[in-house]
Design a protein around this ligand. Structure first.
Ligand code: 3PG
Length: 409
C-alpha cells in the first residue's frame, strides 16, 4: 500500500481545501446531459461531505471530457447534481483560476462548497509533464496561493501526469481523499500478497491490456490463474492455433489484435498450467444462442459468449479462490441470449467467500444490471487508471502524494 497522508492527518476547519476529484461522466451527445452520476455521488458522499461537515472551505477541481470531444462540457451540471446529492447549496463559478474564481474562493465560508469550471479548459492542464514543471503553471500558481491543503481524490485520473493531478503537491501539504484511499486499499488486497488462490478473470475487448495485465500478475506471482474469456479469450485461442472462422478472425484483425498472438503464445508456453482459455463457445445463429466445442471451429457465426463447460470450469476455480479480479465481461451481456456466461461467473463470485474486485465500465454496467453489485467486495470507479495499476505501473498522481508525504516527514 503506498504511503501517503489522509484526511485524518489534517485539521481542516476554516481551511481552504482544494480537492481534485474525477467527475468525468458519460454525457448524452445530443442533449449534453450527464447520464450517469456514479462518480459525482462517490466523491460527494465521502470526501466532499466529510470536508464540508468538518468546516473546510471546499474548492472542487475536476475535468469533463477532452477539448474537441462532444462530452467536453462545463461543470455547472456537475455542481447541480452534487447539490442534489448532498442536499445543501453548492456554488459554481465559470472560471478556473482567473479573477472570478479567486474572488469566489476568497468569499467562501466554513463548510461551503465551490465547484470551479472544467480544468481542461486550461490548455496546459493535460500536458504530460513532471510535477515541478506543472507547479510553475498559471493554474497551480494562482490556486495554490489561496489554498491551505490539496486533496487528491481522483484515483480514476491518477494515471495522468496533468497539472491539477501532480502540480499542487509540490507546494501544498497534500492528502489522499477517501475514494483514493478506498481504491488503493482494495487494489492492494489483490496486488500485494493477495490471499491465495488468487485468480484474474480477463474478458472484454481490450485484449492488449489483458495481455499486459496477465504478464505482470503471472511474472510477479500475484495471480495463480488467469481465466480468459470474451475477445481476450478468443485471441488466446488463436495464439493456441485455433482458427475461429471468418467473422471472428476479421474482428480481431480489424482491431489489430492478431499481432499480439506471438506474445500470448510465449506467455502460455511459460505458464502452461496457469492460463485458462475457453473450452467451448456460444455463437449466434439466426438470432439464437448455439453452443459449440473447439473441435467444431472454425465457425461462420459470431462468437458472443463462453459455453456451459467453460462456465463450469471457471465457476469451480472461482469457488476455490480467495481473491478475484474481474475485468471485462466474458460475453455480450447486453444481448439476453449471451448473458449466461457473465451472469454465471458473477453469481459464483457473489456466493464465494473470496474478496472480489470488479473494474472497467462494461463490467460495472453488467454487475449493476444483474443486481449483484452489492455482493461484490469492491467495485472500482476507475477505467484507464485501474488497468495501468493492474499492469504494475506507478500512477503519477499516487507518486506525487507519496512524495508530498515524504517532504512532510
Ligand atoms: C477516465 O474517465 O478514465 C478518467 O477521467 C480519465 O479521463 P481521460 O482518459 O480523458 O484522461
Amino acid at each position: 500500500m503506498p504511503k501517503f497522508l489522509t484526511l485524518d492527518d489534517f485539521d481542516v476547519k476554516d481551511k481552504v481545501v482544494l480537492v481534485r476529484v474525477d467527475f468525468n461522466s458519460p454525457v448524452d451527445p445530443q442533449t449534453k446531459k450527464i447520464i450517469d452520476d456514479t462518480r459525482i455521488r462517490a466523491h460527494g458522499e465521502t470526501t466532499i461531505k466529510e470536508l464540508s461537515e468538518r468546516g473546510a472551505k471546499v474548492v472542487i477541481l475536476a475535468h469533463q471530457g477532452r477539448p474537441g470531444d462532444p462530452d467536453f462540457i462545463p461543470l455547472e451540471q456537475h455542481a447541480q447534481i452534487l447539490e442534489r446529492i448532498l442536499g445543501k447549496p453548492v456554488k459554481f463559478v465559470d472560471d478556473v483560476y482567473g479573477e472570478k474564481a479567486k474572488k469566489a474562493i476568497r468569499e467562501l465560508k466554513s463548510g461551503e462548497i465551490l465547484v470551479l469550471d472544467n480544468v481542461r479548459s486550461f490548455p496546459r492542464e493535460a500536458k504530460d509533464a513532471p510535477p515541478e514543471e506543472h507547479a510553475k503553471s498559471e493554474l497551480v500558481a494562482n490556486l495554490a496561493s489561496l489554498a491551505d491543503l490539496f486533496v487528491n481524490d481522483a484515483f480514476a485520473a491518477a494515471h495522468r501526469s496533468h497539472a491539477s493531478i501532480v502540480g499542487f503537491t509540490v507546494f501544498l501539504p497534500s492528502a489522499a481523499g477517501r475514494i483514493m484511499e478506498k481504491e488503493l486499499k482494495a487494489l492492494s488486497r489483490v496486488m500485494e500478497n493477495p490471499e491465495k488462490p488468487c485468480i484474474y478473470i480477463l474478458g472484454g475487448a481490450k485484449a492488449d491490456d489483458s495481455l499486459r495485465i496477465s504478464k505482470y500478475v503471472l511474472d510477479n506471482n500475484i495471480a495463480d490463474y488467469v481465466l480468459t474469456a470474451g475477445v481476450t479469450g478468443h485471441l488466446f485461442l488463436v495464439a493456441k492455433g485455433y482458427n475461429l472462422g471468418k467473422p471472428n478472425m476479421e474482428l480481431l484483425e480489424k482491431n489489430k489484435l492478431l499481432e499480439l498472438a506471438p506474445g500470448i503464445k510465449e506467455l502460455m508456453d511459460k505458464y502452461p498450467n496457469r492460463i485458462e482459455t475457453p473450452i467451448d463457445l456460444a455463437i449466434e445463429v439466426e438470432g439464437r444462442r448455439k453452443e459449440i466445442t473447439l473441435e467444431e471451429l472454425p465457425t461462420d457465426y459470431p462468437i458472443y459468449d463462453i459455453g456451459a463447460k467453460t462456465i463450469e470450469k471457471y465457476t469451480d476455480l472461482i469457488m476455490k479462490a480467495k481473491s478475484i479480479v474481474f475485468s471485462g465481461p466474458p460475453g455480450v451481456f447486453e444481448k439476453e441470449e449471451f448473458r449466461k456466461g457473465t451472469k454465471a461467473l458473477f453469481e459464483a463470485m457473489a456466493s464465494s467467500k473470496a474478496f472480489s474486485l470488479i473494474g472497467g465500465g462494461h463490467s460495472i454496467a453488467a454487475v449493476q444490471s444483474l443486481g449483484l453489485a452489492d455482493k461484490m467486495g469492491y467495485i472500482s470507479t476507475a477505467g484507464g487508471a485501474l488497468i495501468e495499476f493492474l499492469m504494475g505501473r506507478k500512477l503519477p498522481g499516487v507518486v506525487a502524494l507519496e512524495e508530498a508525504a515524504k517532504r512532510k516527514c
